[in-house]
Structure formats: C-alpha cells, structure tokens
Design a protein around this ligand. Structure first.
Ligand SMILES: *Cc1c(COP(=O)(O)O)cnc(C)c1O
Length: 226
C-alpha cells in the first residue's frame, strides 16, 4: 500500500481515539519509523506529510539523512551508545531513549544547541527492555540538571508485545502518572510534558491514555518495501 493510503487509515483511527477521550488531534505527533524501509520509501512518507522521521540505528539514520533532501525532523528512537552520539548529534532534533548519564554527557559535550530528550522508562519491567525503572526515573532526571544541552521534554516507553488491552492500558497509564509526578517537580531543565508511547499495534490505546508522540513503522511504511 502507498504511504498516503496507510496514513489515511491511521488518521481516521487517531481521530476516533481522540474523540473517545475528548482530545484534540493537534496534541498528537506521528513519528514515521523508517528503520525497515528504503530511502525512497522514506521520501514517499515525507511527501505524504510525515515530517517527523524516526530511526533506531546511528548508521542508518546517517545514511538516510545524507541522502534525503526533503525537510524533516529526525528522531533517534533506539538505544544510543555514547561513542555514537557524535555521529548523529548534528542531524537529530529529538532523542527518545535517554537512560544513561554517559550518553547525556556526550550530548552536552557535542550538541550545538539543546536537544529534546525523552527519558526511556521500562514500565513493564521486562528484562529484555531498555530504560529506567519508574523509581529510578526522577532521580536520573534530577542528575541531568547540569547538562545544559539536555532538555527533558517527556517520557518514552515500549509496551510489551501483547494483545492484552488491559495490560497495555496499565503500562501507558503508569507512564502518564509518572510524567505527571515529574511535571509537579517543576524542574527548569525538565518540563516533561510529552509522552512518547504507542506503535503500530497499540497507538489508539496509547492515545486514549495520553500519548503525545506515537511511533509508527509497519502500519505506515511497511517493513520491507523496495
Ligand atoms: C521499530 C520501532 C517502532 C515502530 O514499530 P512498529 O510496530 O513497526 O510500528 C517504534 N518505536 C521503537 C523504539 C522502535 O524500535
């Protein structure tokens, strides 16, 4: 399917989810995750109106960034090793996966202007997942105060790969509550207003639970278009 048709379906689903809980469509940003697809397919997505592009590997982000002329906002959504920060820092606007001081330190050292960072939280406690535990999150954010180039704009999580709606809702709701509690701290370096949660299989639920940034790959651009 072409990206425009996929996007039309996704937009309808977003509208429906927003209506259900009385939210506005403008509160939600779609990040098109292009990690599985070609440069051409990524350009098709940008032409279809997806101007926020997400990649999870430094090499692939660099490759696409260097070959794509269209205007886009680049999001790094994968685990970033501190030694790779220098390779992507001048290309990206947003990092969704900050969970280590060593990475924050590199961002602070290498960035020319503040980078919007989401703190990755492992809400579900699955061992295979990256991110901080909910308990570690506020202390970690407080430690970031001295890094002037790190601006904590929100929290990010990856929900478990299940179809259990109640479980998914609980993960999203827990992240929203954690975000609220961090906002109440009123930390100047951490406005923490956003929630990056929801992927192809669960973005409607995530929106109902307060997502502001949804990261959609397979249902938007597919997985191996050539
Ligand atoms: C791959 C990926 C996505 C998108 O996954 P889909 O299920 O294809 O929508 C979102 N977030 C992260 C961090 C990813 O690695």
């Amino acid at each position: 399917m072409d990206v425009r048709s996929n996007l039309k379906t996704i937009e309808e689903n977003i509208e429906r989810a927003c209506e259900k809980v009385n939210r506005k469509r403008e509160e939600i940003t779609i990040i098109g995750v292009t990690k599985y697809v070609t440069i051409e397919r990524t350009e098709e997505a940008i032409r279809a109106g997806i101007t926020n592009i997400g990649e999870n590997r430094a090499e692939e982000l660099t490759r696409k960034y260097n070959s794509i002329d269209n205007e886009a906002t680049w999001h790094f959504i994968g685990t970033l090793q501190s030694r790779k920060v220098k390779d992507v820092i001048d290309k990206i606007n947003v990092i969704h996966s900050l969970d280590r001081l060593s990475v924050a330190k590199q961002i602070d050292k290498r960035a020319n202007s503040p980078i919007e960072c989401f703190i990755q939280v492992n809400v579900s406690g699955e061992e295979s997942k990256h991110g901080l535990s909910p308990e570690e999150t506020l202390p970690f954010i407080k430690q970031l105060e001295s890094y002037e180039k790190v601006r904590v704009v929100g929290l990010m999580t990856m929900a478990p790969h299940v179809t259990d709606e109640a479980l998914l809702r609980k993960v999203f709701r827990d992240l929203a509550e954690l975000r609220d509690s961090i906002q109440r701290e009123q930390l100047a370096h951490a406005p923490c207003a956003y929630l990056s949660m929801g992927m192809s299989n669960d973005y409607e639920l995530a929106i109902e639970e307060g997502a502001t940034h949804i990261r959609i790959g397979s249902k938007l651009v597919g997985t191996n278009e050539t």
